[in-house]
Write a protein that binds this ligand. Structure first.
Ligand code: ZN
Length: 308
């Protein structure tokens, strides 16, 4: 394994593009170049703490690296074991792609719910995320609230206006979303019933009153052997963690511990991923805290596509 220590960039560049990179390699596409990190502590990676980075402007290198088996391997779903279903909403494409090294470092697979037109920008991001083993879900063409729209028109009209155009564009590109996330977490029994004809799973949110603990809120959990019977999952929002009382690290640790202890699926969701910015987002530091805690508890991450 020592050879990875000495893995010089020159030889990486000169190596045939079809050659797989060593396990533990993380490609971070930023600013039009590719930074390559080779982390320690991963199967096949170097044994000592090492981080090699450099800017490599070889467009062909990216597909060669990210298409390697190591980047898209998923933990098979086990109905007898708890897990985390993590998802992100809207169109935070650059945030999501820039965070990929962190996901890869911990082997975390997530679901990305895309709102708006499924145009070339959305499809390009969706393909990059899929190549890394993540799942793509629908989030509505105009991000309209399902219950408001259904009361004014009908739930079927909501599907025609908000869902079908997205599915048509996804399908034309060979992407078949199996799940949908409700904009503004607005759902009811009627919208669930109609949307479950199009999707295997839906995701909405769940409110918490002051002083409540996530670990005590049954709504956020589904027994791992019952996910096929639960169409709509209630996710716990983690934007701005740990700076709000309902999503401190203590709260999140407790939530993950319950999922591990009871073999339950815990759904978590956020929007962007950034150190700081104006819109709803979670920080890489908060995500890493969750990834580490889940790793410590041996709690796998599943995509919505993996849920039976
Ligand atoms: Zn949204």
């Amino acid at each position: 394994m020592k050879r990875f220590f000495l893995f010089p960039f020159a030889s990486l560049l000169l190596a045939p593009l079809a050659a797989l990179p060593p396990d533990g390699t993380v490609v971070n596409e930023m600013h039009g170049g590719q930074n390559i990190f080779i982390y320690a502590d991963q199967a096949g990676g170097p044994t000592d703490a090492v981080r090699i980075s450099g800017n490599v402007n070889t467009p062909k290198l990216v597909p060669a690296l990210v298409d390697s088996k190591a980047s898209n391997v998923k933990t098979p779903y086990r109905p007898d074991k708890g897990g985390v279903v993590l998802s992100f909403d809207d169109r935070n494409f650059s945030d999501w792609l820039e965070a990929m090294p962190l996901f890869k470092q911990y082997g975390v697979k997530a679901t990305f719910f895309i709102s708006g037109s499924i145009d070339s920008t959305a499809l390009d991001a969706a393909r990059k995320l899929q190549r890394r083993g993540h799942a793509i879900g629908a989030h509505g063409l105009h991000h309209l609230k399902a219950v408001d729209y259904s009361r004014k028109h009908s739930a079927e009209d909501y599907v025609r206006a908000e869902i079908l155009p997205q599915l048509k564009a996804f399908n034309a590109a060979g992407i078949t979303p199996s799940s949908f996330a409700y904009p503004s977490s607005q759902d009811d029994g009627n919208t669930d019933r109609v949307l479950l004809k199009r999707f295997r799973h839906l995701r909405t949110g769940g409110a918490m009153a002051a002083g409540e603990e996530i670990r005590g809120k049954d709504i956020f959990y589904v027994p791992a052997n019952k996910t096929s019977t639960r169409g709509c999952l209630h996710g716990k929002g983690i934007d701005y963690a740990p700076s709000m009382n309902d999503r401190t690290f203590e709260q999140l640790d407790g939530a993950l511990e319950r999922a591990a202890r009871n073999n339950e699926i815990l759904a978590l969701y956020a929007h962007g991923i950034a150190v700081s910015k104006r819109g709803h987002h979670v920080t890489p530091r908060a995500l890493e805290h969750i990834f580490r805690k889940a790793e410590e508890l041996r709690l796998p991450f599943y995509t919505f596509d993996q849920l039976p």
